[in-house]
Design a protein around this ligand. Sequence first.
Ligand SMILES: NC(=O)c1ccc[n+]([C@@H]2O[C@H](COP(=O)([O-])OP(=O)(O)OC[C@H]3O[C@@H](n4cnc5c(N)ncnc54)[C@H](O)[C@@H]3O)[C@@H](O)[C@H]2O)c1
Length: 257
Amino acid sequence: MTKQTAIPIPIPQSFEGRVALITGAASGIGHTVAHYFADRGARVVGVDLDPRIVSLMAELPGGAHHGIATDLTVEGAASEVVEETLRVGGGLDILVNSAGIALLDAAVDVPMDRWQATLDVNLSASFFLAQAAGRVMIDAGYGRIINLASQAALIGLDQHAAYAASKGAIVALTRVLSLEWARHGVTVNAISPTVVETPLGKKAWAGEKGERAREAIPVGRFAKPEEIAALIGYLAGEDAAMVTGSNVVIDGGFTSV
Ligand SMILES: NC(=O)c1ccc[n+]([C@@H]2O[C@H](COP(=O)([O-])OP(=O)(O)OC[C@H]3O[C@@H](n4cnc5c(N)ncnc54)[C@H](O)[C@@H]3O)[C@@H](O)[C@H]2O)c1
């Protein structure tokens, strides 16, 4: 009789004792990710422009979570958020940069203020928060940073000039941070989803345009925020120490056909 190899039963990943700072945590991917970490024992600090962030974080399972209502594009916001995280959480192990906006215009029509607003939130705010968090993580010798990029960083999408520029830059920035911080135990990765069923995704891909986009995805549907959270959870875990500088694509095959 051949000996059967035991198939290990997966043990749910625990983030007990970890402090996770999640931006854009009042909505969509950020909110789902906050839940994901809270469910697995982390202490979550959520940041958002939306003042409901304070009550939303208080409602997360496990208690001891904290919400900060602030505009991350304001100068100094990043260091204030990190200081507050250290004060309430006693450390900072994981940063997920999920706050973002999608202002769509034909390239010939993009006004300067919408271009700048897109880069301010999607790129600059993510960088300065990674910088402030990175300093703490380097000192601690451990950290996990995950930046939300997009399929728009990889392929041309109609009306996505500003958004694509911001997301392409996030992927490039992620490589530099990963290189500079790798020897300090800090990994930095980007993820690039296709359309995700969130308020932002539903607004940007409403109607017939959305139906066409859905049809063009080999798996035949948009992504769910929970699927994005699971990927972020992997990258945020101790098992992912060898994954850094990557742009992990989660797009149902869309950009590979
Ligand atoms: N939904 C999609 O289809 C999709 C696809 C690919 C990438 N992404 C990216 O994922 C991230 C999250 O998207 P989502 O779909 O969850 O969006 P969402 O609109 O549901 O949530 C984004 C959150 O960011 C917050 N925010 C915006 N500007 C801010 C600022 N200046 N300061 C603080 N908070 C701010 C908003 O208040 C909101 O709660 C974004 O970076 C987005 O570009 C989304």
